[in-house]
Design a binder for this molecule. Structure first.
Ligand code: AMP
Length: 404
């Protein structure tokens, strides 16, 4: 990784403004229902505190649209962070202003402060320079450990980074860039990508970027049917994006002219409704009757995918193979997750994009058996599209400061 990391820095006596992703789910009593994002930031926070530095952590939570919303306060996160760290965490009720500045002034080496939700100020998402200056004034070094927000050029992810001499990657950010970056730039081959999810429109740029890069491309999920329609198949009432059918034809032609081999499902699980009790049937992918929808890849497709994945050394997966939220249509996604877990056990590198595929893997209890599960759905997609993420671009490069 070309970016300076927290591992390269001794934080002794320094005030680190640390952008973390504490956008955790809360129930209606403001209790945290899943604290994995807080746990994810612990290695970075602990390293700074252990060095004798001061941590001034900041994050967004939800979409409060620039005003104070009590149900989106980070206060419960401060309490949970204190529990996990085993030391007190001070909470500033505003992320900028005199109270935050006073609390920072009082900090001792090894102290941790959490600032209130950044998005209570509308200037955050507007990347307002004045707001960025006020945030930056709280620290003397910047750390970004919020990969999931790195595709957004906001004040706390982008603007602020330019106001420090050193803007460095946290451990979580470093891990994301390592696995996603290595997969794209220097994969162990054969290199496969599995793309699924609802729509082709959200993944077009990813597919375009992966043509010629991956050796094998597997397509599943709802987007199958726009490709199927482009090939003249009978798709019944399956999800289709009519305005993308021509584009799907062009993509198929482009893949055929490249070094990438396309693997398309040969069969589908169909039903006339999406429900937990739907009656299902398996039919050939080109013969879906009217009134029915393709809602998962079928058993022959699972077998084809499994066989063709077997020799792959690197696999990137983004998007479920079917409507996995409902058991009748979850088998394809489950089978792919289990296949990847077994491949990881045998030494393959498996990288799961955030969002629904990460949720499916977690639901199956297979998280620990994948090489890397990205914490950022949108950010990992943009990364796979080949885009430079603004929050990453703004960090200090090793070459800039002579760190090797
Ligand atoms: P995305 O956010 O684009 O990755 O899409 C994820 C969603 O795609 C999940 O909620 C799935 O239920 C949905 N999905 C997967 N396969 C299908 C399908 N064959 N038809 C309709 N929706 C699907």
């Amino acid at each position: 990784m070309d970016k300076v990391s927290v591992a390269d820095i001794n934080f002794r006596g320094r005030k680190a403004l640390v952008r973390v992703d504490f956008n955790v789910p809360l129930d209606d009593k403001q209790r945290i229902t899943d604290d994995r994002r807080i746990r994810g930031a612990l290695p970075t926070i602990q390293k700074i505190l252990k060095d004798g530095g001061k941590v001034i952590a900041c994050s967004h939570l939800g979409r409060p649209k620039g005003e104070f919303v009590a149900s989106m306060s980070l206060k419960p996160v401060a309490d949970r962070l204190a529990e996990l760290l085993g030391r007190p965490v001070t909470f500033a009720e505003d992320c900028i202003g005199p109270e935050a500045a006073n609390l920072v002034d009082k900090m001792q080496p090894g102290d941790c402060l959490l600032l209130e939700n950044l998005r209570f100020h509308k200037q955050e998402t507007k990347n307002d320079p004045d707001f960025a200056r006020k945030l930056a004034a709280l620290g003397d070094i910047y750390v970004n450990d919020a990969f999931g927000s790195a595709h957004r050029a906001h004040a706390s992810t982008e603007g602020v980074a330019h106001l420090f001499n050193q803007a460095v990657a946290g451990f979580l950010m470093e891990k994301e860039l390592k696995y996603l970056g290595e997969a794209l730039d220097n994969p162990k081959r054969p290199f496969a990508a599995i793309l699924g999810g609802a729509k082709i429109s959200g993944k077009i740029d990813v597919i375009e970027n992966l043509i010629g890069k991956v050796d094998k491309l597997f397509i599943g999920g709802g987007m199958v049917f726009t490709f199927a329609k482009a090939q003249g198949y009978a798709i019944g009432n399956s999800l289709v994006e009519e305005d993308r059918v021509d584009m799907a034809s062009q993509i198929i032609a482009k893949i055929k002219g490249s070094s990438t081999r396309l693997y398309f499902p040969t069969d589908a699980v169909i039903a006339s409704e999406i429900s937990d009790s739907a009656a299902t049937e398996v039919v050939a992918i080109d013969k879906i009757p009217d009134g029915r929808m393709g809602l998962d890849i079928g058993p022959a497709s699972v077998e084809l995918f499994r066989t063709e994945l077997a020799d792959c050394k690197t696999v990137v997966w983004n998007g479920p193979m079917g409507v996995f939220e409902h058991p009748p249509f979850a088998k394809g996604t489950k089978a792919i997750a289990e296949t990847l877990a077994a491949m990881t056990d045998k030494g393959a590198i498996t990288v799961i994009g955030g969002g629904d595929s990460a949720a499916a893997v977690a639901q199956l209890g297979l998280d620990d058996r994948m090489t890397h599960i990205s914490t950022g759905g949108g950010a990992s997609l943009e990364f796979l599209e080949g885009k430079l993420l603004p929050g990453v671009a703004a960090l200090t490069s090793k070459s800039e400061v002579g760190v090797s």
